[in-house]
Design a protein around this ligand. Structure first.
Ligand code: MD6
Ligand code: FE
Length: 212
């Protein structure tokens, strides 16, 4: 019989080729948090505007050879931070290794992320249902790491209006998806206020992708 802690870390399937790895990054939470603060000292968190001109409630920055940006002309990946003109901070080796380990654990052995988008949620911030489809190569999965306050992740299918399921993501949880689920719709419900021992009033999410 497996013990309680092993059971807690058993992958939770969301759909074909999509699963949560509970606590996979928990031991590295402190180091991840420190790296986020370092990156955001160079490339500050900012609330970008959508094509329609609405400020997003989630604040974002990036690391890696490409960073995700949104403005009145649409969504895209850029090699430099448009706020500073400087290249995005390098992706920390810790980030890359952890993302590759999560991917490999989920059956994606050759994951080569070139970007890590960092989302910061403050109470009330949310992300509507969307697909991640600004990347060149949908054969590569996405790996996402949650840190700080818990959030309700909404996971749907390949159409916007299909059924969804909800799962709470806790600090240290990793989500991996690709293959048949690579273009699944998903979002995050409004963050409930709280105080996380490490991240205070925030939730951070790191999403790793092969963008270019
Ligand atoms: C978030 N995540 O967890 C938002 N996208 O804050 C995403 O939008 C996401 O977690 C693709 C794959 C995994 C994700
Ligand atoms: Fe997404």
């Amino acid at each position: 019989m497996t013990d309680l802690f092993t059971a807690l870390r058993t992958p939770v399937a969301l759909a074909e080729h999509a699963q949560v790895l509970p606590g996979f990054a928990a031991d590295l939470a402190d180091a991840l948090h420190t790296a986020i603060l370092e990156i955001s000292a160079t490339a500050p968190f900012r609330r970008m505007v959508t094509q329609r001109g609405h400020a997003m409630s989630v604040a974002m920055t990036s690391s890696g050879s490409a960073g995700w940006v949104s403005d009145r002309s649409g969504y895209r990946y850029t090699p430099a931070d448009p706020e500073t003109g400087a290249p995005w901070p390098a992706m920390p080796e810790l980030f890359r290794k952890l993302a590759q380990a999560g991917a490999a654990t989920s059956g994606f052995v050759d994951f080569a992320p070139d970007t890590c988008l960092i989302n910061r949620y403050d109470p009330g911030a949310k992300m509507g249902l969307h697909q991640d489809r600004d990347e060149a190569d949908f054969a590569q999965p996405i790996v996402s790491i949650s840190l700080g306050l818990p959030a309700v992740f909404v996971f749907g299918g390949l159409t916007r209006t299909g059924p969804t399921r909800k799962v709470t993501l806790y600090s240290g949880d990793v989500v991996v998806w690709g293959g048949a689920s690579r273009l699944a719709f998903h979002g995050i419900d409004a963050l409930k206020p709280g105080t996380d021992p490490l991240c205070g009033p925030h939730r951070y999410n790191l999403t790793f992708r092969k963008a270019l």
